[in-house]
Design a protein around this ligand. Sequence first.
Ligand SMILES: Cc1cc2nc3c(=O)[nH]c(=O)nc-3n(C[C@H](O)[C@H](O)[C@H](O)COP(=O)(O)OP(=O)(O)OC[C@H]3O[C@@H](n4cnc5c(N)ncnc54)[C@H](O)[C@@H]3O)c2cc1C
Length: 520
Amino acid sequence: MNTSPQHAPPEDGNDAMFTALNPLDEWNRELRRHAHPVDWVNPVPTGRYNLVVIGAGTAGLVTAAGAAGLGAKVALIEKHLTGGDCLNVGCVPSKALIRCARAAAEARRAHEFGVRIGGEVSVDFVSVMERMRRLRAQISSNDSVHRFKDMGIDVYLGDALFTGRDSIDVAGTRLQFSRAVIAAGARAAAPPIKGLAEAGYLTNETVFSLTELPRRLAVIGGGPIGCELSQAFARFGSEVTLIGTSAHILDREDPDAAARVEASLKRDGVTIRCGGKTAEVRRRGDERTIVVDCDGRRDEVTVDVILVGVGRTPNVDGLGLDAAGVKFDAHRGVEVDDRLRTSNPRIYAAGDICTKYKFTHTADAMARIVIQNALFFGRAKASALNLPWCTYTDPEIAHVGHYERDAKEAGIEIDTFEIELKDVDRAKLDGEDDGLLKVHVRKGTDKIVGATLVAAHAGEMISELTLAIQSGAGLGTLAKTIHPYPTQAEAFKRAGDAYSRTRLTPFVKALMIRFLAWRR
Ligand SMILES: Cc1cc2nc3c(=O)[nH]c(=O)nc-3n(C[C@H](O)[C@H](O)[C@H](O)COP(=O)(O)OP(=O)(O)OC[C@H]3O[C@@H](n4cnc5c(N)ncnc54)[C@H](O)[C@@H]3O)c2cc1C
């Protein structure tokens, strides 16, 4: 029997893999108790598993819990902290910080609402981070090793390594499987910038362990993570410079929508240097100087801390994928077909390791597909998913379905209905009217093919459109749906009304005028 705990996090949390546990205060100790108990003893396998799951992030946890709930004999392997990126170094800590940043921003504009707050608003960063650690520790109980053990799942802590087409080793124990799921996630990509590694930088794996607010912060990467954290740190009081290679931030989003967010970041004091190439980083003492090449011009930005958020690299190394006969690509990750099966028909994959849509809800949705297809001859397809996503800046920017350019590429002709949030009463009353809604429908019909929304709570609101797309309800149905007044979701009804007006052709209008004249 294997009695020695494997990969036990060090008592002081000082191991690169367990940096999320720094500082090791009472909340991070609680997180550790849930996510990787020091005294954990791996079980002893008793025969072949229906399903072995590699990785206890969202994709792995949802697959394991779902399969065990349906009666499968399941093993779950995690080398680091259960809960994966989302809980430990992703969604949960970032959204906790963003909430505090919003409180600071609201306090600063309180005078607009007739509320007086004496003196300058300042942020107690130590309290912000402690609140984040407390909430993360509380939430971690959902993903705890003991909770999954209580579901009847054999939880193994250690590195999973395929040793063949139907076997995996973990911490000196061999597991045989009928089916396996690779849900090993992704990590921060390291950009090849001269001098960056030597100068030292933070990623999402280390930034949430800060105990002091950086006075000057450079964020390299203008994607969702870079934008969210730039704005949050600027609102905390850091002098933030956001450096991106594309001409604008959030370059995958609708350009008009992304421009609203860019303007908002600038209003919060973020200096945006986009469209340049980071040529080099130099360190002198505690200062780091970033040299940016921009249109032949060389700019230098000197800061105390650099945060890098330039994309995610799938965790394909060290899994023994070759031994398992699983094809993969270092950048795109594990190759899967539409049913999420890899090149080894016994092995499936889900989550960040095999999709470009690196979101928690995608990982969750893919896990549900895997359960059906791997265990029950299901035919569920990833391409059938209607995936929304949201970047939690202020205002938020959320999207579902096709962008205008995707529709063009796919040869779909569209009509677009645009609503400004300044024309929606509730947004105006809330002082949250800097936003817009764009809904794309198949030309001449009300069938929604995509939508982008910039609004304070766009992430909450986008589900109405996702549901519409999922259920085949068109813009005409949104027009008929009664929305409580005043709500920001009335923007959808307005888009529906705008569509309905297009139905009123001159011919139909002329007929109605004649009919009403006859009724007089
Ligand atoms: C800063 C940040 C903010 C984010 N915010 C959001 C958000 O607001 N909303 C959203 O939807 N998404 C967000 N995401 C993305 C989200 O965190 C990921 O999409 C999600 O965590 C993917 O889940 P996963 O299960 O695929 O992978 P992970 O969560 O990465 O889990 C994979 C697990 O596998 C383990 N593992 C890897 N290799 C092995 C091995 N050999 N043996 C055993 N275990 C192994 C890892 O330790 C890890 O625990 C954010 C990400 C970041 C970085």
